[in-house]
Design a protein around this ligand. Structure first.
Ligand SMILES: *Cc1c(COP(=O)(O)O)cnc(C)c1O
Length: 437
């Protein structure tokens, strides 16, 4: 816990803190948000870097198509469908006794190829970027060539002399592990105590070295970083600070814009888009939100969703203290079944970057996540992991709080489903049963 007088000061400044500390579900609007253009001018990141990431993923598409047959249909592009969920909308309306006049969409990153979670965006991108750098340095490829060559023996031999490491609660480890092992790198995943057994098993099966820690996520990252720093041939994927992860995630913005345009969903001044993103350390939702702001400007309103036991980004942004505070400073235990979101301290880089762009944050209890998990399965036949349900109460909060024109029939509410398809069936059945109780 933080010192009492400091805490008292913060509570006086931010009355919502009392409820956050009591693990109540809260909805916080960011007072520092600015117009998108003003916001962009304050950032250390730029649109050019997102474009670069997008082009790099294009270059690698022929390679991905060659080594991951599940990307054949999309020609090596790792993307997920946008699905209307009208039956779930009815369930939500009944459950919360409120009308959702606009449309409710689900962005199914649970169905992303290769690693079945939002981490297939940033995580795979960072590994590919590193592989490209090495291949260029060693004269194995030029940017204009067909990148399907990356599957050739000469490349695998080069990468086998190099290492990649990451600290993770699970899904980032899966993405980094699967992609790195496929390219031929020696890859180590440092996993926190809350990481699921099946994720460790799956990685070991693919030849990934898994190091387990008794401690939480921050410890696994710290240890991974320390060990990697001592080895010049090791590239550490830094979930808390990586720009490459961030830009890989941000490419989602232009992709979603194209998908919505194709299906005839209008986003403009009269047709606002509200997007709800589950948030752990912040890289995934932060990168995606940045990409969305680039694509839709002031017409998109982005929210981060966190467990009531782990609201690290909410606490960091609300107090302005960012990564200088953890949920433990506020008497919270960081224990949640939403393992991708069990993060005690948010990324300072993401929190500061989001300051002028994010509409707000809200929290959700594990119990609510499980109930919604079961309801989504029953109503739409879509199975998500618990974390991925965090976005689902966003429309309710925004409408209840009369946030902008959230209650307009022209509004589109998009819930970002962040993972699920890799979860083994028996594990998923347990989740479903838990939500039915
Ligand atoms: C990682 C993850 C998130 C959050 O991403 P961060 O970059 O940690 O904020 C959300 N949902 C799932 C399923 C995840 O794996």
């Amino acid at each position: 816990m933080m010192e009492q007088h400091r805490l008292a000061e913060l509570k006086e400044k931010h009355p919502l803190l009392e409820k956050v500390m009591h693990r109540e579900e809260v909805y916080w609007l960011n007072p520092l948000i600015e117009s998108a253009n003003e916001g962009f001018s304050k950032l250390t990141v730029s649109e050019a870097e997102v474009k670069e990431a997008s082009e790099r993923l294009q270059r690698f598409a022929p390679y991905l198509e060659r080594v991951f047959p599940e990307t054949k249909q999309s020609k090596g592009i790792i993307e997920s469908p946008v699905t209307a969920i009208p039956s779930m909308k009815k369930k939500l309306e009944q459950r919360y006794s409120i009308a959702i006049p606009g449309e409710l969409l689900l962005k199914e990153d649970n169905a992303l190829p290769i690693s079945g979670s939002i981490k297939a965006r940033g995580g795979i991108y960072e590994v590919l970027k590193h592989a490209e750098k090495l291949a260029l340095e060693h004269g194995l490829i030029t940017e204009g060539e067909n990148y399907s060559k990356f599957a050739d023996d000469a490349f695998r031999e080069l990468f086998s002399k190099h290492k990649i490491a990451v600290g993770s609660t699970g899904n980032l480890g899966l993405s980094i592990g699967i992609m790195s092992a496929q390219l031929g790198f020696e890859v180590t995943v440092h996993m926190s105590a809350d990481a699921k057994q099946w994720k460790k098993d799956m990685l070991r099966e693919k030849g990934v070295i898994v190091v387990e820690y008794e401690d939480d996520y921050s410890k696994a990252v710290e240890e991974g970083r320390r060990q990697a720093e001592a080895d010049p041939l090791c590239h550490f994927v830094d979930d808390e600070n990586s720009l490459d992860l961030f830009f890989g995630y941000a490419v989602a913005g232009e992709r979603l814009a194209a998908q919505l345009a194709e299906q005839g969903t209008i986003v403009d001044a009269d047709h606002p888009l509200f997007v709800y993103l589950p948030c752990g350390v912040g890289g995934g939702p932060g990168g995606v939100a940045y990409g969305l702001k680039l694509a839709f400007g002031d017409h998109v309103h982005c929210f981060f969703a966190e467990p009531t036991h782990s609201p690290c980004m909410l606490l960091g942004m609300m107090t302005g203290l960012h990564d200088a505070v953890s949920v433990h400073d506020f008497g919270l235990d960081n224990e949640t079944a939403a393992d991708g979101l069990a993060v005690g301290t948010a990324s300072g880089f993401v929190g500061k970057t989001m300051e002028p762009l994010l509409s707000g944050c809200y929290t959700i209890s594990d119990e609510t996540m499980f109930k919604l998990l079961t309801q989504l399965t029953d109503s739409e036949g879509i199975r998500l992991e618990p974390s991925a349900l965090a976005g689902m109460t966003g429309p309710i909060h925004s409408i209840q709080a009369s946030m902008k024109n959230a209650a307009s029939k022209n509004a589109t509410h998009l819930v970002w489903a962040t993972g699920g398809s890799m979860v083994p069936e028996d594990e998923m059945n347990l989740y479903y049963e838990q939500g039915r109780k």
